[in-house]
Write a protein that binds this ligand. Structure first.
Ligand code: AMP
Length: 280
């Protein structure tokens, strides 16, 4: 459905029946990672709403907005099979009634580091569209993937700061058997690039093992990440960071009292890939 009114009617009916509402925001081109979110939402909610919206404001001017995969018919079939009752696939003008340059949400400190440093304006677009979806649907709970680690940290901060009554659940990253994190952008990779793309997961795995074996120095862990990714000729490192798992502040040292996360981004050909792993 494309209309806000129709979605709200379905949500209101579920509420009248005493049901809880779960929302899974996506940009479509659904894969098993998205399905895991929908299944978790299905298990915990009476009404499952999946939004499918390729949000123009989170793409930079030189990014892949135009060629981003759009597979709505298949997506709807997969949502149905996973038990989603409501598929909200709005037009851009529905979400941005006064244009994409109108009212926005910014989360300072979290929106300008890591992904935000490489993709200026990206998280303003993400935060704005997610708040709009929350306002349209009014879910009790919303589901995000750990795959986009910074995104779920930022959404958690946004709902806390703005007192938005939505509980955020983060679902672990779903991977291919060789470790590559599932992503709608993986379909851009040719076979050689697809093989090279596993270097992100390999780097994170090596870093994770180093920490398990006692490494505590942030820069040494960063070096493992960097060296592993730079050893792959088809990959070009964007960043490799070791950060506080809640604030994303870079860590000099890892300690038992401070959950840490390793985050990497790299180009493989013209495809930009990200991945992350909790440490310790
Ligand atoms: P997207 O369609 O890329 O905006 O992703 C929609 C949601 O699915 C986001 O919360 C992502 O973090 C999540 N997601 C994407 N890929 C994966 C994955 N491999 N495992 C778990 N969640 C994912």
């Amino acid at each position: 459905m494309e209309s806000i009114e129709v979605v709200r009617r379905a949500v209101a009916a579920a509420r009248r029946a005493g049901g809880t509402i779960g929302l899974v925001p996506t940009m479509g081109a659904l894969h098993d990672g998205h399905l895991r979110l929908i299944e978790r939402c299905r298990a915990e909610s009476d009404l499952v709403v999946v939004s499918i919206f390729v949000n123009p404001t989170q793409f930079g001017p030189s990014e892949d907005l135009e060629r981003y995969p759009r597979t709505l018919a298949e997506d709807c079939a997969r949502c149905d099979a996973a038990g989603a009752e409501v598929i909200f696939a709005p037009q851009v003008a529905t979400i941005y009634p006064h244009g994409t340059g109108s009212t926005f949400v910014e989360v300072p400190g979290l929106s300008d580091v890591l992904e935000g440093a490489s993709r200026p304006g990206h998280f303003r677009g993400v935060a704005t569209v997610v708040l709009k979806l929350f306002a349209i649907v009014g879910p009790d709970r919303a589901y995000f993937g750990q795959k986009d680690y910074q995104q779920q940290v930022l959404i958690r901060r946004m709902v806390a700061d703005l007192h938005v009554p939505v509980a955020i659940t983060t679902v672990p990253t779903v991977r291919e058997p060789d470790g590559l994190a599932l992503s709608s952008r993986n379909r851009y990779l040719n076979p050689a690039q697809r093989r090279a793309a596993t270097v992100l997961a390999r780097a994170l795995e090596r870093a994770g093992q180093a920490v398990v074996q006692g490494e505590r120095i942030g820069n040494r862990v960063r070096q493992i990440l960097r060296e592993t990714i730079e050893s792959e000729p088809l990959a070009r490192l964007d960043y490799a960071e070791v950060a506080d798992a809640e604030t994303l502040a870079p860590l000099d040292e890892l300690g038992p009292q401070r959950p840490a996360v390793a985050l990497v981004a790299a180009w493989v050909g013209s495809t930009r890939l990200i991945d992350n792993r909790l440490l310790g």
